[in-house]
Design a protein around this ligand. Sequence first.
Ligand SMILES: *Cc1c(COP(=O)(O)O)cnc(C)c1O
Length: 362
Amino acid sequence: MTTYNFSAGPAVMPQPVIQQIQAELPSFQGSGMSIMELSHRSALFDQVINDAEADLRDLMQIPDNYRVLFFQGGGTLQFTAAPLNLATNHHHIGLLDSGHWASRAAEEAQRVHTQVDILGTGATNQFTALPYPDQPVNQALDYVHLTTNNTIEGTTYTKLPDTGNVPLVADMSSNFLGQPYNVQDFGMIFAGAQKNLGPAGLTIVIVRDDLIGHAKDLPSMLDYQLFADKRSMFNTPPVFAIYAAGLVLKWLKAQGGLTVMAKRNHDKAALLYDFLDQSTLFNNPVKPADRSLMNVPFVTGNPAIDARVIAGATDHNLLNLKGHRLVGGMRASLYNAMPKAGVQALVDYLADFEAIYKKENA
Ligand SMILES: *Cc1c(COP(=O)(O)O)cnc(C)c1O
């Protein structure tokens, strides 16, 4: 039985990439050394990081006036780095409170003495619908923080909020490269790699170059301008994670790019949502227009039944379906590397479970 991994992150990667890593692990490009043993100052690694940046620019059509930076520290470090680098005029940002990761971002910005205005909140509907600014956005804000895809709550912005001339800073950690975006709609985009790109240990930052270089006396490891000047090699970068992410970027290009991935992701998500919507046992509570293509939470409403669903799924090699502890129930993450066959296997299993459950309770 094929194993399908529905983990929210670290998450499934494309099988051909895993196989390529395995094949070239002992000797990278005939060097007699593995990628993990290469100097980040070597010509071989230079090619790896340059290719990764070029392929990412190509896939996302990143304009020349945006810098691509490779960080460590996860998405979480960017909750600190973004205000330190970009909130330099007024130390004042806006934020759309769309769920857990948005509130984490607000907390971390406040820790570095940035004033955070909540422009709209989903708290009043348990985050089952996305907030937009309640009023015209104050044009004196340094930026507005937006979580494009809410990994725990299972929501995605399909329409961006209107912030006037205030730049948007997007946390795309869980839908990075899952669909095309117009990079110019954002001042900055960041994403931890371990959801939809590659192994943990790498975070991508894409930032408009006029927004950086204004902060004074930043710790070096948080300084976007320094990372831009040093091509992300101020210190030792996460060599293996950049290499593996680079292979995924090449795989994405070979699939046909982000428009193709978006169509596949729509098809996969529709398969599961259509099943959930006709089911009388399972329910996804999210407003249809705000549903995520990447993370699909669902519940039966009874934690004991949820536990049976998850245990039975594991027996069918459908792994990591336990929902986040904040919302309970189940969650299926359907990132780029999840094949449609995996979603079909999940739907078949859930349909069988429902039929058996109904017979037992008839
Ligand atoms: C997972 C996640 C984070 C945190 O990522 P780390 O890499 O663990 O720091 C931040 N934002 C979103 C939307 C996420 O899904």
